[in-house]
Ligand binder design. Sequence first.
Ligand SMILES: [Zn+2]
Length: 311
Amino acid sequence: MLAAYITHIDCQKHEMGNHHPECPERLGAVNDQLLIKGLLDYMEQLDAPLATQEQLARAHSPSYLNEFAEIAQQVPENRHVQIDPDTSINEFSYQAALRAAGAAVLAANLVASGQAPVAFCNIRPPGHHAERSNAGGFCFFNNVAVGIRHAIAHHGIERIALIDFDVHHGNGSEDILFDDPHVLMCSIFEKNLYPFCGDVPMGANMVNVGLPTRSGSEAFRQAVSEVWMPALEKFQPEMIFISAGFDAHREDDMGNLALVEADYEWVTKQIVMIAQRYSHGRIVSCLEGGYDLSSLGRSVAAHVRVLIGAD
Ligand SMILES: [Zn+2]
Protein backbone atom coordinates (compact mmCIF):
# COMPACT_ATOMS: atom_id res chain seq x y z
CA MET A 1 0.00 0.00 0.00
CA LEU A 2 1.70 3.19 -1.22
CA ALA A 3 1.31 6.74 0.02
CA ALA A 4 -0.82 8.89 -2.29
CA TYR A 5 0.63 11.82 -4.23
CA ILE A 6 -2.23 13.92 -5.58
CA THR A 7 -1.82 16.78 -8.03
CA HIS A 8 -3.22 18.00 -11.37
CA ILE A 9 -1.92 19.84 -14.42
CA ASP A 10 -4.92 22.23 -14.16
CA CYS A 11 -3.42 23.62 -10.95
CA GLN A 12 -0.55 25.06 -13.03
CA LYS A 13 -2.84 27.02 -15.36
CA HIS A 14 -4.10 29.35 -12.64
CA GLU A 15 -1.81 32.39 -12.42
CA MET A 16 -2.14 35.86 -10.95
CA GLY A 17 0.12 37.90 -13.20
CA ASN A 18 3.86 38.25 -13.86
CA HIS A 19 6.09 38.16 -10.79
CA HIS A 20 3.30 37.05 -8.45
CA PRO A 21 4.93 34.89 -5.77
CA GLU A 22 2.09 32.33 -5.79
CA CYS A 23 3.19 31.16 -9.24
CA PRO A 24 2.63 27.97 -11.27
CA GLU A 25 6.35 27.08 -11.01
CA ARG A 26 5.86 26.24 -7.32
CA LEU A 27 4.28 22.90 -8.19
CA GLY A 28 7.15 21.97 -10.50
CA ALA A 29 9.71 22.94 -7.85
CA VAL A 30 8.01 20.54 -5.43
CA ASN A 31 7.61 17.77 -7.98
CA ASP A 32 11.26 18.05 -9.10
CA GLN A 33 12.61 17.63 -5.58
CA LEU A 34 10.31 14.68 -4.80
CA LEU A 35 11.47 13.06 -8.05
CA ILE A 36 15.19 13.81 -7.64
CA LYS A 37 15.18 12.53 -4.06
CA GLY A 38 13.51 9.28 -5.18
CA LEU A 39 10.44 9.87 -3.00
CA LEU A 40 7.95 9.45 -5.83
CA ASP A 41 9.09 5.82 -6.05
CA TYR A 42 7.30 5.29 -2.75
CA MET A 43 4.12 7.05 -3.81
CA GLU A 44 1.21 6.43 -6.14
CA GLN A 45 0.49 9.49 -8.27
CA LEU A 46 -3.18 10.35 -8.74
CA ASP A 47 -5.00 13.10 -10.61
CA ALA A 48 -7.05 15.40 -8.41
CA PRO A 49 -10.78 15.22 -9.20
CA LEU A 50 -13.00 18.32 -9.28
CA ALA A 51 -14.63 19.06 -5.93
CA THR A 52 -18.43 18.99 -6.12
CA GLN A 53 -20.70 21.80 -4.94
CA GLU A 54 -21.93 19.51 -2.16
CA GLN A 55 -18.37 19.01 -0.92
CA LEU A 56 -17.54 22.75 -1.11
CA ALA A 57 -20.78 23.67 0.67
CA ARG A 58 -19.61 21.87 3.80
CA ALA A 59 -17.02 24.64 4.24
CA HIS A 60 -18.39 27.63 2.31
CA SER A 61 -21.66 29.56 2.26
CA PRO A 62 -23.97 29.05 -0.73
CA SER A 63 -23.90 32.78 -1.50
CA TYR A 64 -20.09 32.81 -1.67
CA LEU A 65 -19.99 29.70 -3.86
CA ASN A 66 -22.50 31.22 -6.28
CA GLU A 67 -20.81 34.62 -6.40
CA PHE A 68 -17.32 33.19 -6.90
CA ALA A 69 -18.48 30.78 -9.62
CA GLU A 70 -20.19 33.61 -11.43
CA ILE A 71 -17.18 35.94 -11.32
CA ALA A 72 -14.69 33.17 -12.14
CA GLN A 73 -16.59 31.83 -15.10
CA GLN A 74 -16.79 35.24 -16.74
CA VAL A 75 -13.07 36.07 -16.76
CA PRO A 76 -12.11 37.04 -20.34
CA GLU A 77 -9.25 35.16 -22.04
CA ASN A 78 -5.78 36.37 -21.08
CA ARG A 79 -7.14 38.73 -18.45
CA HIS A 80 -7.14 38.87 -14.68
CA VAL A 81 -9.98 39.83 -12.38
CA GLN A 82 -8.82 41.21 -9.04
CA ILE A 83 -10.41 39.60 -5.96
CA ASP A 84 -8.37 41.44 -3.31
CA PRO A 85 -5.18 43.54 -3.57
CA ASP A 86 -3.00 40.39 -3.63
CA THR A 87 -5.35 37.88 -5.19
CA SER A 88 -6.70 37.63 -8.71
CA ILE A 89 -8.07 35.02 -11.08
CA ASN A 90 -7.61 34.12 -14.71
CA GLU A 91 -9.80 31.97 -16.97
CA PHE A 92 -8.33 28.76 -15.52
CA SER A 93 -8.49 29.65 -11.83
CA TYR A 94 -11.92 28.22 -11.09
CA GLN A 95 -11.00 24.80 -12.49
CA ALA A 96 -7.69 24.87 -10.58
CA ALA A 97 -9.46 25.77 -7.33
CA LEU A 98 -11.94 22.91 -7.84
CA ARG A 99 -9.00 20.51 -8.42
CA ALA A 100 -7.17 21.71 -5.29
CA ALA A 101 -10.22 21.17 -3.09
CA GLY A 102 -10.96 17.91 -4.92
CA ALA A 103 -7.44 16.69 -4.12
CA ALA A 104 -8.15 17.12 -0.39
CA VAL A 105 -11.41 15.16 -0.80
CA LEU A 106 -9.70 12.32 -2.68
CA ALA A 107 -6.92 12.28 -0.06
CA ALA A 108 -9.55 12.13 2.71
CA ASN A 109 -11.26 9.20 0.96
CA LEU A 110 -8.06 7.22 0.40
CA VAL A 111 -6.64 7.75 3.87
CA ALA A 112 -9.90 7.47 5.87
CA SER A 113 -10.77 4.20 4.10
CA GLY A 114 -7.27 2.76 4.54
CA GLN A 115 -6.54 2.59 0.78
CA ALA A 116 -3.49 4.77 1.36
CA PRO A 117 -1.66 5.21 4.67
CA VAL A 118 -1.00 8.93 4.09
CA ALA A 119 -1.43 11.45 1.27
CA PHE A 120 0.40 14.55 0.10
CA CYS A 121 -1.44 17.00 -2.15
CA ASN A 122 0.82 19.12 -4.37
CA ILE A 123 -1.81 21.72 -5.17
CA ARG A 124 -2.50 25.37 -5.79
CA PRO A 125 -4.29 27.67 -5.27
CA PRO A 126 -3.65 27.23 -1.55
CA GLY A 127 -6.62 27.34 0.82
CA HIS A 128 -6.05 28.29 4.45
CA HIS A 129 -6.90 32.01 4.07
CA ALA A 130 -10.24 31.26 2.35
CA GLU A 131 -13.01 31.94 4.87
CA ARG A 132 -16.54 30.60 4.83
CA SER A 133 -17.71 33.55 2.72
CA ASN A 134 -14.50 35.24 1.53
CA ALA A 135 -11.58 34.55 -0.77
CA GLY A 136 -8.27 36.25 0.02
CA GLY A 137 -4.54 35.83 0.58
CA PHE A 138 -4.12 33.83 -2.70
CA CYS A 139 -6.88 31.41 -1.57
CA PHE A 140 -10.39 30.68 -2.96
CA PHE A 141 -11.61 27.38 -1.52
CA ASN A 142 -10.35 26.17 1.83
CA ASN A 143 -8.93 22.84 0.67
CA VAL A 144 -8.16 21.36 4.10
CA ALA A 145 -11.54 22.42 5.55
CA VAL A 146 -13.33 20.82 2.59
CA GLY A 147 -11.29 17.63 3.10
CA ILE A 148 -11.89 17.59 6.87
CA ARG A 149 -15.63 18.14 6.55
CA HIS A 150 -15.77 15.37 3.93
CA ALA A 151 -13.94 12.94 6.25
CA ILE A 152 -16.44 13.76 9.02
CA ALA A 153 -19.58 13.63 6.84
CA HIS A 154 -18.65 10.73 4.58
CA HIS A 155 -16.44 8.54 6.77
CA GLY A 156 -17.88 9.27 10.20
CA ILE A 157 -14.55 10.38 11.67
CA GLU A 158 -15.26 12.00 15.03
CA ARG A 159 -12.01 13.79 15.88
CA ILE A 160 -9.73 15.42 13.33
CA ALA A 161 -6.70 17.58 14.11
CA LEU A 162 -5.71 20.30 11.67
CA ILE A 163 -2.06 21.32 12.03
CA ASP A 164 -0.99 24.51 10.28
CA PHE A 165 2.71 25.45 10.24
CA ASP A 166 2.54 28.03 7.44
CA VAL A 167 4.20 31.31 8.48
CA HIS A 168 0.80 33.02 8.11
CA HIS A 169 -2.12 32.21 10.40
CA GLY A 170 -4.81 30.06 8.78
CA ASN A 171 -7.57 32.60 9.39
CA GLY A 172 -9.85 30.97 6.83
CA SER A 173 -9.61 27.56 8.46
CA GLU A 174 -10.24 29.14 11.85
CA ASP A 175 -13.26 31.04 10.50
CA ILE A 176 -14.77 27.81 9.12
CA LEU A 177 -13.82 25.38 11.88
CA PHE A 178 -13.79 27.36 15.15
CA ASP A 179 -17.15 26.03 16.36
CA ASP A 180 -16.72 22.47 15.08
CA PRO A 181 -16.67 19.98 17.96
CA HIS A 182 -15.05 17.38 15.68
CA VAL A 183 -11.97 19.50 15.00
CA LEU A 184 -8.92 20.70 16.92
CA MET A 185 -6.85 23.26 15.01
CA CYS A 186 -3.22 23.92 15.95
CA SER A 187 -1.56 26.91 14.30
CA ILE A 188 1.88 28.44 14.74
CA PHE A 189 2.44 31.65 12.83
CA GLU A 190 4.47 34.85 12.78
CA LYS A 191 2.88 37.72 14.69
CA ASN A 192 2.14 41.05 13.01
CA LEU A 193 2.08 39.46 9.60
CA TYR A 194 -0.81 38.91 7.17
CA PRO A 195 -3.69 38.20 8.00
CA PHE A 196 -2.97 40.10 11.26
CA CYS A 197 -5.09 37.89 13.50
CA GLY A 198 -4.93 34.64 15.46
CA ASP A 199 -3.55 36.04 18.71
CA VAL A 200 -7.02 35.75 20.22
CA PRO A 201 -8.47 32.35 19.22
CA MET A 202 -12.08 32.37 17.96
CA GLY A 203 -12.98 29.18 19.84
CA ALA A 204 -11.89 26.67 22.47
CA ASN A 205 -10.86 24.20 19.73
CA MET A 206 -8.22 26.63 18.41
CA VAL A 207 -4.63 26.32 19.66
CA ASN A 208 -2.91 29.39 18.23
CA VAL A 209 0.68 30.37 18.89
CA GLY A 210 1.94 33.65 17.46
CA LEU A 211 5.74 33.86 17.42
CA PRO A 212 7.70 37.12 17.19
CA THR A 213 9.70 37.91 14.05
CA ARG A 214 13.01 36.00 13.76
CA SER A 215 12.03 33.52 16.45
CA GLY A 216 14.03 30.73 14.81
CA SER A 217 14.09 26.96 15.14
CA GLU A 218 14.31 26.70 18.91
CA ALA A 219 11.26 28.84 19.67
CA PHE A 220 9.27 27.04 16.97
CA ARG A 221 10.13 23.60 18.35
CA GLN A 222 9.42 24.75 21.88
CA ALA A 223 5.94 25.96 20.87
CA VAL A 224 5.24 22.61 19.19
CA SER A 225 6.45 20.61 22.19
CA GLU A 226 4.89 22.73 24.92
CA VAL A 227 1.64 23.88 23.33
CA TRP A 228 0.67 21.68 20.38
CA MET A 229 1.74 18.29 21.68
CA PRO A 230 -0.18 18.37 25.01
CA ALA A 231 -3.31 19.58 23.16
CA LEU A 232 -2.97 16.81 20.57
CA GLU A 233 -2.34 14.17 23.25
CA LYS A 234 -5.50 15.27 25.03
CA PHE A 235 -7.62 15.43 21.86
CA GLN A 236 -6.46 12.02 20.53
CA PRO A 237 -7.27 12.72 16.86
CA GLU A 238 -8.54 9.83 14.74
CA MET A 239 -7.08 11.51 11.65
CA ILE A 240 -4.75 14.45 11.01
CA PHE A 241 -4.75 17.07 8.25
CA ILE A 242 -1.77 19.35 7.72
CA SER A 243 -1.83 22.83 6.20
CA ALA A 244 1.73 22.45 4.99
CA GLY A 245 3.13 25.88 4.24
CA PHE A 246 6.87 26.36 3.93
CA ASP A 247 7.12 30.15 3.88
CA ALA A 248 8.61 30.25 7.39
CA HIS A 249 11.87 29.03 5.80
CA ARG A 250 14.71 31.49 6.27
CA GLU A 251 15.25 31.75 2.50
CA ASP A 252 11.61 32.75 1.93
CA ASP A 253 10.97 36.50 1.87
CA MET A 254 7.30 36.15 2.83
CA GLY A 255 8.05 35.66 6.49
CA ASN A 256 10.80 35.96 9.07
CA LEU A 257 10.61 32.97 11.38
CA ALA A 258 13.93 31.66 10.02
CA LEU A 259 13.13 27.94 9.93
CA VAL A 260 15.18 25.42 7.96
CA GLU A 261 14.45 22.02 6.36
CA ALA A 262 15.44 20.24 9.57
CA ASP A 263 12.58 22.00 11.38
CA TYR A 264 10.04 20.73 8.84
CA GLU A 265 11.52 17.26 9.20
CA TRP A 266 11.30 17.52 12.98
CA VAL A 267 7.74 18.85 13.15
CA THR A 268 6.60 16.16 10.70
CA LYS A 269 8.14 13.52 13.00
CA GLN A 270 6.11 14.90 15.92
CA ILE A 271 2.92 14.77 13.86
CA VAL A 272 3.65 11.23 12.62
CA MET A 273 4.24 10.17 16.23
CA ILE A 274 0.80 11.48 17.27
CA ALA A 275 -0.79 9.89 14.20
CA GLN A 276 0.76 6.50 14.97
CA ARG A 277 -0.37 6.68 18.57
CA TYR A 278 -3.99 7.76 18.03
CA SER A 279 -4.89 7.93 14.33
CA HIS A 280 -3.72 4.64 12.78
CA GLY A 281 -1.03 6.77 11.13
CA ARG A 282 -3.64 8.56 8.99
CA ILE A 283 -2.36 11.93 7.72
CA VAL A 284 -3.45 14.11 4.80
CA SER A 285 -1.01 16.93 4.03
CA CYS A 286 -1.95 19.77 1.66
CA LEU A 287 0.47 22.35 0.28
CA GLU A 288 -0.26 25.92 1.39
CA GLY A 289 2.44 28.64 1.14
CA GLY A 290 6.14 28.55 0.29
CA TYR A 291 7.36 31.02 -2.32
CA ASP A 292 11.11 30.66 -2.60
CA LEU A 293 11.23 27.87 -5.16
CA SER A 294 14.47 26.26 -4.02
CA SER A 295 13.72 26.15 -0.30
CA LEU A 296 10.10 25.19 -1.02
CA GLY A 297 11.16 22.10 -2.98
CA ARG A 298 13.76 21.05 -0.40
CA SER A 299 11.42 21.63 2.54
CA VAL A 300 8.56 19.65 0.99
CA ALA A 301 11.00 16.80 0.30
CA ALA A 302 12.10 16.83 3.96
CA HIS A 303 8.43 16.82 5.05
CA VAL A 304 7.31 14.08 2.64
CA ARG A 305 10.29 11.84 3.40
CA VAL A 306 9.18 11.62 7.04
CA LEU A 307 5.46 11.55 6.18
CA ILE A 308 5.78 8.44 4.00
CA GLY A 309 8.32 6.77 6.29
CA ALA A 310 11.15 6.80 3.75
CA ASP A 311 13.65 8.25 6.22
ZN1 LIG B 1 1.75 31.56 4.07
